[in-house]
Design a protein around this ligand. Structure first.
Ligand code: NAP
Length: 327
């Protein structure tokens, strides 16, 4: 059986849930396909969020997302913890199939699929995932008590992971490919002030060692090419993320950098009735608050689209009626 909705939102980070709150308050009764493992998005893997307005003492990432979900449901959104496996974005007839076998159609769709962690692309990296190699300090940090851990990357995520991991680790070595960090000054200062954190600049991981679990890394200088060994038993990869577009990259226009194209400051994609929000359209800001803001824009755009469509259908009906009567 196919379940029809006026609006379906794919994804459940700050963008998806904010879109759901706005759409639900506009009586659109949106369905949110939240993801089975990824529900709540990246903030589910974060601890303190100190920069989301309205929380002067900070808020835990998972608590923030739970509150957004509850707020959306309170106004009439339905959240299902399922994964979209097929998406047909034919204009006027959008259809969705999920991993659990549900089938949906929708007049309008908001894509808020976020982004996925980048990998280094080294041969042993994936093999040792869960055996010393991880992408999530808050998920796995606890298992590395008294270990020497490497964190790869120089952005906010790397600083956050390093600072978090220093609670458990005997030592944290941040390996960054340049001399300057990309992270914000506040996050840099915190990591630099931590006596357990040291920095290896102008350095990259050349090899990942270990059979059953991680035993060490070969580090290569990005300046001289010289190599050295770093005897770590944990490696956290924090080198950013790429937009998650695999479900629809053959149907919607993408930008050259792989992000989903939207029309100017709107959330309109290249297909009528399909809108997008959050990290999947944003290569620049990528903050929880900017994602939430773009989720709001997408809901408003979808609401206007659906209202125009309903009005056009009504006018077409009114025009058709006298003709029928005269016939
Ligand atoms: P990011 O800002 O894109 O930084 C990625 C880092 O990884 C950069 O330092 C980059 O080096 C390095 N890198 C990229 N590819 C690499 C490769 N193949 N090998 C080695 N190093 C590589 O990503 P992010 O840190 O995940 O942050 C993403 C967004 O989320 C940002 O807007 C950030 O502000 C935000 N964020 C905010 C918070 C917070 O405020 N609490 C926490 C986490 C993230 P280069 O510098 O040389 O390019």
């Amino acid at each position: 059986m196919t379940d029809h909705h006026r609006l379906i939102i794919v994804g459940s980070g700050p963008a998806g849930y904010t879109a759901a709150i706005y759409a639900a308050r506009a009586n659109l009764e949106p369905l949110v396909i939240a993801g089975s493992v990824t529900a709540g998005g990246e903030l589910m893997n974060t601890t303190d969020v100190e920069n989301f307005p309205g929380f002067p003492d900070g808020v835990q990432g998972p608590d923030l997302m739970e509150n957004m979900r509850a707020q959306a449901e309170k106004f009439g959104a339905t959240v299902v913890y399922d994964d979209v496996t097929e998406l047909d974005l034919t204009p006027g007839a959008h259809s969705i199939v999920t991993a659990l076998g549900s089938r949906y159609t929708a007049e309008a769709v908001i894509l808020a699929t976020g982004s996925a962690y980048r990998e280094l692309g080294l041969p042993n990296e994936k093999n040792l995932s869960g055996h010393g190699v991880s992408w999530c300090a808050t998920c796995d940090g606890f298992f590395f008590r008294d270990h020497h851990i490497a964190v790869i990357g120089g952005g906010d995520s790397a600083m956050e992971e390093a600072t978090f991991l220093s609670r458990f680790a005997s030592k944290v070595t941040v390996v960054h490919r340049r001399q300057e960090l990309r992270a914000s000054q506040a996050m840099q200062d915190r990591a630099m002030a931590d006596p357990k954190i040291e920095f290896l600049f102008d350095s990259e991981v050349a090899e990942v060692h270990g059979e059953e679990s991680l035993t060490g890394l070969t580090i290569r200088s990005t300046v001289t090419g010289e190599t050295s060994e770093l005897p770590v038993t944990g490696m956290f990869v924090a080198i950013g993320s790429d937009p998650r577009t695999a479900l629809f990259d053959q149907q919607l226009q993408l930008r050259e950098d792989g992000y989903l194209h939207v029309d100017g400051r709107s959330s309109r994609t290249s297909v009528e009735g399909v809108f997008a929000a959050g990290d999947v359209i944003d290569p620049v800001y990528r903050q929880a608050i900017t994602s939430a803001g773009s989720g709001c824009s997408a809901a408003l755009d979808a609401e206007h689209y659906l209202a125009d469509r309903a009005q056009a259908a009504q006018e077409a009906g009114q025009q058709a009626q006298p003709q029928t009567a005269n016939a």
